[in-house]
Design a protein around this ligand. Structure first.
Ligand code: ADP
Length: 549
């Protein structure tokens, strides 16, 4: 702006200066010509007085100008500069005027002298015309003769104009430069013409500040939400490069960084495909697995404008938002459920096939009368096993559905419960010992189911003349047997549904493979800890512990 004002002032002042010079020269020249003619007139009158009053000849008069005497018919009778016969001067305007009015003057380019010439003619007493001619250089010659002066004047005027323009532009802009656009309280030094404009800026500044505050607040809210989210959030631009991400995303995907390409982070064509689709079709999702963890990727295009018909549903997105959920637990549960259903049908089929086989033999009278009882017992056993299986399956599915706070909890005397349960179970000559006292806060039926399963296993998988030790403390219950033990590699697996350790002895010892799964489920529901210690051939100790409540 300073530069524009400077040039405007400079051009205006320089133009004014030039016009001033031109007008001055013009008027000075006019004045100068007038003075020349006036001095020529004075000279002519003086010569006329001399000639009229004395007998002096005109040729004796010497003046620095051309003198001529012309008859009233135009014939030149004397000329102080040009010799010989000159052409008639009757048509010269100054001569015509002098004949008519007594004097005349003119200014023209002289064909004889080849110069711009001023003429003054005066009628003498004898009727002849006295004419004085004075030649002057033309303007261009005068100008060229004094060219150095003109150049000097031009340089001087340019310098003056530059100085003037600089000083004035600074003077004009200094009130604006001293203006504080953040604080409009002091506007006294500002031009009045700017006040409406500055007031408008002030209002807009206030609006901008207000909107900035709202934006900052929104940003903080957004950050508070995204940074505390348990899901990973990643923002990509249209080239599928990372623009932003939340804390969780960085925690899970360590190599995540701004400007990185999506494919460099996940190295999965599937996720790249999903993001690309989201760019065009608004929403897309897929499941991927990275290092044994399953993730669900929900990709949403950041809408810019809709293109194409409603049917094609094609969008032009400016980027993609990726919401990444860890679905490992869900996947595992799904797998478990699938496995469970397969196992259930298999486990149910086995006793049913036996029952149907025995029944068919009986129906077709293919059984010896002495074996009928044995067949009846086998059918009864398989039916019992089937019933046990169905009971355990139902218990497990009930446990799957129930939540810890849905059931009524109470304080349970563990010593009493253990005693009751052991009375219901055939101890087969085993040495049973119950030690200690303790109470636990929980759902009575479930806690007793848990103890029942553990005691039943301690009896089932024991040796002849073995022992069982139940130790109760304030915050634990452990059931120890001197039985066959569990192999190290199976110690974790015994809590899986339908897992039975050794198929050969499992066949001998009846069971569903669901007892310890039920125990684990009940413990989880009460937030109890389970520890299993076992040595092959020596025995097993399972300890349930809880925090005092
Ligand atoms: P089951 O109905 O077969 O007893 P469980 O879920 O209670 O089913 O037990 C799973 C497997 O764990 C059993 O088949 C058995 O091989 C092993 N097991 C459980 N408890 C004991 C124990 N006290 N001693 C030895 N093995 C055990």
């Amino acid at each position: 702006m300073t530069r524009r004002i400077f040039w405007a002032i400079f051009s205006a002042s320089f133009l004014i200066f030039l016009l001033g010079v031109v007008f001055c020269v013009y008027f000075l020249q006019k004045e100068f010509e007038k003075n020349i003619l006036l001095s020529m007139r004075n000279q002519a009158y003086s010569i006329k007085t001399i000639l009229d009053s004395t007998s002096m000849s005109i040729s004796a008069i010497k003046i620095p100008a051309r003198l001529s005497v012309i008859e009233d018919n135009g014939e030149v009778v004397f000329d102080s500069v040009l010799q010989g016969v000159l052409e008639s001067h009757s048509n010269r305007p100054e001569i015509i005027d002098a004949i008519k009015k007594g004097e005349g003057m003119a200014k023209r380019f002289s064909a004889n002298l080849h110069q711009k010439t001023f003429y003054y003619a005066l009628k003498l007493r004898d009727g002849k015309i006295l004419r004085i001619a004075s030649s002057r250089d033309n303007f261009i010659k005068i100008f060229l003769d004094s060219i150095f002066w003109w150049i000097g004047l031009l340089v001087f005027s340019v310098l003056v104009c530059i100085l003037l323009a600089r000083v004035l532009s600074r003077l004009i802009l200094s009130p604006l430069e001293s203006l504080n656009l953040k604080n409009f309280s002091n506007l006294s030094s500002v031009y009045d013409e700017f006040l409406p404009f500055l007031n408008k800026i002030s209002q807009q500044e206030k609006t901008i500040q207000k909107q900035l505050k709202i934006l900052r607040q929104k940003n903080q809210e957004f950050n508070a939400i995204t940074q505390n989210m348990q899901e990973c959030l990643i923002l990509l631009n249209e080239d599928l490069r990372v623009v932003s991400f939340n804390k969780m995303a960085k925690l899970v995907f360590k190599n995540l960084d701004n400007h990185k390409k999506l494919i460099e982070i996940f190295k999965s064509e599937e996720i790249l495909d999903t993001a690309n689709k989201a760019l065009r079709f608004k929403r897309c999702e897929c499941d991927i697995s990275i290092d044994g963890t399953y993730y669900q990727i929900l990709a949403s295009g950041i809408l810019d404008e809709e293109i194409g018909s409603e049917k094609s549903r094609e969008f032009k997105s400016r980027g993609v938002v990726l919401l990444i959920l860890d679905i490992t637990e869900k996947k595992e549960r799904e797998n478990l459920r699938r496995e469970f259903s397969a196992n259930v049908s298999h486990e149910l089929k086995t006793p049913l096939t036996s029952i149907s086989g025995y029944a068919e033999l009986l129906k077709n009278n293919l059984v010896q009368p002495c074996d009928v009882n044995e067949f009846g017992r086998k059918i009864e056993n398989q039916a019992k096993r089937l019933l046990e299986l169905i009971n355990d399956i139902m218990k497990l599915s009930e446990l799957d559905e129930s939540k810890s706070d849905e059931n009524i909890k109470e304080r349970i005397d563990l010593f009493k419960s253990v005693q009751n349960i052991l009375e219901q179970l055939p101890t087969n000559g085993l040495q049973v010992e119950v030690k200690g006292y303790g109470e636990v806060y929980g759902v009575k039926t479930l806690i007793e189911d848990m103890i029942f399963n553990l005691c039943e296993n301690a009896i089932k998988y024991n040796k002849k003349n073995g022992s069982i030790k139940v130790i109760i403390t304030e915050n634990s219950l452990s059931i120890q047997d001197s039985g066959i033990g569990i192999a190290k590699q199976n110690q974790k697996r015994v809590f899986e549904r339908f897992f039975r350790e050794d198929k050969s002895h499992s066949k001998r010892i009846e069971g569903t493979g669901l007892g310890l799964s039920i125990v684990k489920h009940i413990a989880n529901l009460h937030q109890f800890d389970i520890k299993l210690k076992s040595k092959m051939g020596k025995g097993t100790k399972i300890t349930i512990s809880w925090k005092n409540s």
